[in-house]
Design a protein around this ligand. Structure first.
Ligand SMILES: [Zn+2]
Length: 350
């Protein structure tokens, strides 16, 4: 089968398209004929490497993917050949306290397809049956690959960690990122009002189309000042931040009393100076978040399949052009998900 494999970390040239044997599903596993795979920032970390973290090389990247079941291993019933599925990217050991409580992301041996084991940038992928999410016939497989990781991440941040409520004033930074697109939709689904920030007017406009009621181009206006006016001086109830050093310290000053700021990443830098006075005098919370539990993943999938949450696709590339897709991921004009078409015959929904 054709597969993208990384043998050593580095720039785009380490993404090698290779011919390797088709994997066999073991007990409790199925083999999926992959139709589409979506890119995440995680894929670029897997490619480049992270200091102090070891990836099992060689590795097939791709944490989000969809397709049809091709072969069912022993004990992986009732899943059947030909069934349309997408994949929950995260898995735990399946038997510890965290896993038994549905908090697989707290499991000490938590793993992610495409990061800890082979993922979906290949014609076939073997996954645990617990990770299969059946996709309704009417729902396109390209969109089914475009939501699991980002919508799970955003759901866990906004709903589980922050307990979003109707009427909350929510700020979502970097409107075009996959997690931000999902966070805006999820906050709106729960009856909150959302303001977004972005680096271009075009992205602000797309952020409004995605459900935000107000947007600020941070290259041209001061989002702190604009946010204060938008919340009538009260401040934000909730801030979704994965930018880090450039936004988080100011975000803390922009929160309303009892406000919460939740982070799932630090793209502009991890080290920052934080003034702690408002944290106690305004009873604020700073929360961290990574992925989410399997129950949340299924909850998100139901909303997506029912049309209440909508995956947003930025662009599509054939698998052979995986390096171009990674290059685009590194640029700032992306809004939503970049998809890799793994099966050239798989239909695109638009
Ligand atoms: Zn576990």
């Amino acid at each position: 089968m054709k597969a993208v494999r990384i043998h050593e970390h580095g720039d785009l040239e380490v993404l090698r398209l290779e011919e390797i044997p088709i994997p066999e599903p073991g007990p409790g596993e199925v083999r999926v004929k992959v139709a589409w795979s979506a890119l995440n920032h995680l894929d670029t970390w897997v490619r480049r490497g992270v200091q102090g973290h070891e990836f099992p090389l060689p590795l097939i990247p791709g944490c989000d993917f969809s397709g049809t079941i091709d072969s069912v291993g022993p004990g992986a019933e009732p899943f059947e050949q030909g069934a349309r599925v997408c994949i929950a990217p995260g898995f735990g050991c399946g038997h510890c306290l965290a896993c038994s409580s549905g908090r697989q992301n707290h499991c000490r041996s938590y793993g992610i397809y495409g990061e800890t084991v082979d993922g979906g940038n290949a014609e076939f992928a073997v996954v645990k049956k617990e990770n299969l999410i059946p996709v309704p016939d009417a729902f396109p497989l390209d969109l089914a690959a475009a939501f699991p990781l980002t919508h799970l991440t955003a759901w866990h941040m906004v709903v589980d960690r922050c307990g979003v409520k109707p009427g909350d004033r929510v700020l979502v930074h970097a409107a075009g990122s996959g997690v931000s697109v999902a966070a805006v939709q999820i906050a709106r689904l729960w009856g909150a009002e959302v303001m977004v920030t972005a680096g271009t007017d075009a992205k602000v406009a797309l952020g409004l189309e995605n459900g935000a009621s107000f947007g600020v181009n941070y290259e041209e206006s001061d989002w702190v000042k604009e946010g204060r006016a938008w919340t009538q001086g009260r401040g934000f109830d909730l801030i979704v931040d994965h930018v880090g050093a450039d936004t988080l310290p100011k975000g803390i000053w922009s929160l309303a009393k009892g406000g919460r700021i939740v982070t799932c990443g630090v793209t502009s830098g991890a080290e920052m100076k934080i003034h702690f006075a408002p944290i106690f005098f305004k009873s604020l919370s700073i929360l961290g978040s990574t992925m989410g539990g399997h129950g949340e993943q299924l909850e998100v999938a139901e909303h997506v399949f029912a049309g209440r949450l909508k995956p947003v696709v930025d662009s599509r590339f054939p698998l052979e052009q995986v390096a171009d897709a990674h290059r685009k991921m590194g640029k700032r004009e992306v809004f939503g998900k970049i998809l890799l078409q793994v099966d050239p015959k798989a239909p695109a929904s638009e």
